[in-house]
Design a binder for this molecule. Structure first.
Ligand code: ATP
Length: 459
């Protein structure tokens, strides 16, 4: 739960991107909008626009493909947001899912105790104005809701505070209905809700967000080996989708942060202008979750080994991250303002997004929009391409401006139809990062692009 309060130091040649630039790009180009903006908005809640929804879907699909569809011992589920309220008693959320907060008596700012620099905590001093802080108070983060319509008969429950509980709830059904045996994992992507008292930093800390979890069930004697395995796999996964590999690290949890059942835990952290921040947690959950749900539900969730007939409560390795932090970190990681150069005299803003995750894979551009044959040929290629990837047709403004528009949203390829195309059916394919251009026959374009935008992860 803690963040490291180090001053960020920019590594390499690229400076850290101010978050405001990402917020502005997101709004301007249709990635992210403040929710209910016409009513003044709600802090910590956002909507995703036309490009944002494409990027989100790609991020989700890539995780699902690399975690579920390419692992024979992992299956997926989609559990509901609303569950029986007892779930949250068993999980400990009703009692313990709290943030401890202090207020500054002078400037009235509010801080999470676990986010305060140690110095300020010790001196009971506000990190902004130096004023005196109040005693810590506890706030429960669970969002309440009610099932039923008749007053008095309505059942109070919660919007799930973390998505992974569904996996424990469905564990027994998965075991009985699928051909899985320990060791195996269950994955899920889904919304979670937290009444965060200090939402902020754009998508980093929201009140409604989306998590992805793997819960991997093992024999206790194999816990360490599977923990190490998934820890490394998840780190490599994140490394494979970013440009600034040196901004990724593990942070081991200190003894004071570990849950009583956890031998160890690690956060995968990414460094931005905000410092090192958690991206995903790798947790040693032992038999805590299944034991608690066995106790609270009265259903025995222990496992019998089909061969040895040994009966035991499975232990769990958890990897828990989020779509939204991935979305934000990828934009921060990809954003660059390139100064004017020999290749581009005006300079440009470019998103160096991994091509497989980019919202638009290719833009098809007729050199001029008032030449019927150019337009017809471009539209024909566009309609061929959009059957296999997200393609955008654009004929507004000069070609340089159109390239820059696509660079700014991370489109990895632009295909230009010009007068030579009409003679020999070749087109110009321009690559976003290098801005290099090659000529290809039109018929070769779909296969050429598909090879460069397909899912790519060593499995
Ligand atoms: P933090 O210390 O930042 O509050 P946490 O330790 O409570 O995070 P977990 O409960 O382990 O986080 O959640 C797993 C993942 O879900 C996090 O690594 C993060 O990617 C994502 N996540 C958690 N809270 C939020 C939030 N409020 N907004 C967006 N994503 C979140």
């Amino acid at each position: 739960m803690t963040q490291t309060q180090e001053q960020p130091v920019s590594t390499g040649d690229t400076p850290f991107v101010p978050i405001e630039k990402i917020v502005s790009l997101c709004k301007r180009r249709g990635f992210v909008y403040p929710n209910s903006e016409i009513y003044g908005g709600v802090s910590g809640i956002y909507d995703f626009g036309p490009l944002g929804v494409e990027l989100r879907n790609n991020i989700r699909r890539f995780w699902w493909w690399s975690m579920v569809q390419t692992n024979d011992n992992v299956v997926g589920i989609e559990g509901n947001i609303i569950t029986h309220p007892r779930v949250w008693e068993a999980s400990g959320h009703v009692e313990n899912f709290v943030d401890r907060l202090v207020d500054c008596k002078n400037c009235k700012r509010r801080f999470r105790v676990d986010h305060l620099p140690e110095e300020n905590l010790r001196q009971n001093k506000c990190p902004v104005c130096g004023g005196e802080l109040t005693e810590p108070r506890k706030f429960n983060l669970m969002m309440e809701t009610y099932i039923g319509v008749v007053e008095g008969e309505r059942m109070k429950t919660y919007l799930r505070g973390e998505a992974c509980q569904n996996i424990y709830l469905d564990y027994d059904n998965v075991l009985k209905s699928s051909r899985v045996a320990i060791p195996f994992g269950i994955c899920q992507i889904g919304k979670a809700f937290r009444n965060e008292v200090t939402p902020g930093n754009f998508l980093f800390r929201q009140r409604e967000f989306e998590q992805w979890d793997l819960q991997f069930f093992v024999h206790p004697s194999e816990m360490q080996q599977w923990f190490d395995y998934w820890k490394e796999r998840r780190f490599e996964w994140y490394k494979s989708i970013i440009n600034h590999k040196d901004r990724l690290r593990f942070r081991p949890h200190g003894a004071d942060e570990l849950a009583h059942y956890a031998k160890q835990a690690f956060d995968v952290e990414y460094q931005t202008i905000l410092g090192w921040q958690e991206w995903e947690g790798i947790h040693w959950r032992q038999d805590w979750d299944l034991s608690r749900h066995s106790e609270y539900s009265g259903q025995d969730l222990s496992y019998t080994d089909p061969e040895t007939k040994e009966r035991y409560m499975p232990w769990i390795v958890e990897t828990s991250g989020g779509v939204d932090r991935t979305f934000l970190n990828l934009l921060i990681d990809a954003y660059e303002e390139e100064p004017p150069s020999g290749k581009d005299k005006e300079g440009r803003t470019v998103l160096h997004l991994n091509p497989m995750l980019a919202p638009i894979k290719v833009a098809v551009l007729p050199l001029q929009k008032n030449k019927e044959e150019l337009v017809a040929t471009a539209k024909e290629l566009h309609s061929k391409l959009r059957r296999v990837m997200v393609s955008q047709y654009d004929d507004v403004a000069n070609i340089g401006r159109r390239y820059r528009r696509q660079d700014e949203i991370g489109t990895p390829f632009c295909v230009t139809i010009d007068f030579t195309t009409l003679e020999d059916q070749t087109v110009t394919v321009r690559e976003r990062d290098s801005m290099s251009q090659i000529r290809l026959h039109m018929n070769e374009v779909p296969a050429y692009l598909l090879e460069r935008v397909r899912w790519d992860y060593k499995v």
